[in-house]
Design a binder for this molecule. Structure first.
Ligand code: NAP
Length: 246
C-alpha cells in the first residue's frame, strides 16, 4: 500500500506514535521514528520495524525547537532521499484549571503541540512541493472541537492545529500535497494512564462504543489518510473516538 514511500512520525517512541510507525512500516513505508527523551523506546520501535522486514530510522529532535525540527527533516532526506508522509504526532499535556494555569504550562503545550507541527510542516513543504506530492497528517484531539475543563492550553493547541490543517490544506492543494487531521478521543496510552480511575470510568461511560480506543485505532486512520485511497481528501478532520463527540 505504501511501498517506496518515506514517512516521518514525530513522537514515534510511544503510544499512538509508536502504533502509527509500526502500521506505516507494515504497509511498506520506510519510517523515521522521532523522539525527544526516550531513546530506548524509540530504538525498540525501529528494531520491531526491522525485525518485521521493514526499514526504520531513529532520530532525536525536540520539535518545539525550530532548528531541531529542520534538522530532523533534513536527516530523513539525507538518509532516505525523499519524504512523502509527515505525521505531526508529538504532544504533551500540562493540565490545570485556567485560574491556576502557569504561563510555562501554556507555553510548553502550545510550543510542542502546535508550534512543533508548524516547524515540521514548514520544513517538509519545499521537498513535497518539488515532488508535487505529499501527505501531512496532524494528530489533533476531539477536545480541540468540544473543549474540556482543565485543558485550556491543550484544547487551544489542538483547535489551532485544526485551523492550521485547513489553512495549509488550501495552500498546498494546487500542488498535490494533501493535509488532514485525525482527532482521537480517549485512547489508552501513557498520556491517559495518569487519569484517576473515577475520571476514566466517567469518560468511558460516555463513549457510545463502550470502550476506550487503542493506539492501533488511530494508526489505522493515519494509514488510510496516507494511502492512495485518500487521494481526494484534504482539509478534513477524521474523528476516531468511538462516537464520544458526535
Ligand atoms: P504519549 O504516549 O505521551 O507519547 C507522546 C510522544 O510524543 C512520545 O513519543 C514523546 O517522545 C513525544 N514527544 C513529546 N514531546 C516532544 C517533543 N517536544 N519533540 C518530539 N517528540 C515529543 O502520547 P499519546 O497518547 O500517544 O499521544 C500522541 C498524540 O495524540 C499527541 O499529540 C496527543 O495530544 C494526541 N492525542 C492523544 C489522545 C489520547 O487519548 N491518548 C487523545 C487525543 C489526542 P519521548 O518518548 O521521547 O518522550
Amino acid at each position: 500500500m505504501l511501498a517506496g514511500r518515506v514517512a516521518v512520525i514525530t513522537g514515534g517512541s510511544r503510544g499512538i506514535g509508536r502504533a502509527t510507525a509500526l502500521a506505516l512500516a507494515q504497509a511498506g513505508a520506510c519510517v523515521a521514528v522521532n523522539y525527544v527523551h526516550q531513546e530506548q523506546a524509540a530504538r525498540a520501535v525501529v528494531d520491531a520495524i526491522t525485525a518485521a522486514g521493514g526499514e526504520g530510522l531513529c532520530l532525536q529532535a525536540d520539535v518545539a525547537v525550530t532548528d531541531e525540527a529542520t534538522r530532523l527533516v533534513s536527516e530523513v532526506i539525507t538518509h532516505f532521499g525523499r519524504i512523502d508522509i509527515l505525521v505531526n504526532n508529538a504532544g504533551i499535556t500540562r493540565d490545570g484549571l485556567l485560574l491556576r494555569m502557569k504561563e510555562e504550562d501554556w507555553d510548553a503545550v502550545l510550543d510542542t503541540n502546535l508550534k512543533g507541527a508548524f516547524n515540521c510542516t514548514r520544513a517538509v513543504v519545499r521537498p513535497m512541493l518539488k515532488q508535487k506530492a505529499g501527505r501531512i497528517i496532524n494528530i489533533a484531539s476531539v477536545v480541540g472541537i468540544t473543549g474540556n475543563p482543565g485543558q485550556a492550553n491543550y484544547c487551544a493547541a489542538k483547535a489551532g492545529l485544526i485551523g492550521f490543517t485547513k489553512a495549509v490544506a488550501r495552500e498546498l492543494a494546487p500542488r498535490g500535497v494533501l493535509v488532514n487531521a485525525v482527532a482521537p478521543g480517549f485512547i489508552e496510552t501513557e498520556m491517559t494512564a495518569q487519569l484517576p480511575d473515577a475520571t476514566r470510568a466517567a469518560l468511558q461511560s460516555q463513549i457510545p462504543l463502550g470502550q476506550v480506543g487503542q493506539p492501533e485505532d488511530v494508526a489505522a486512520a493515519v494509514c488510510f489518510l496516507a494511502s492512495d485511497a485518500a487521494r481526494y481528501i484534504t482539509g478534513q478532520v477524521l474523528v476516531v473516538d468511538g462516537g464520544l463527540a458526535m
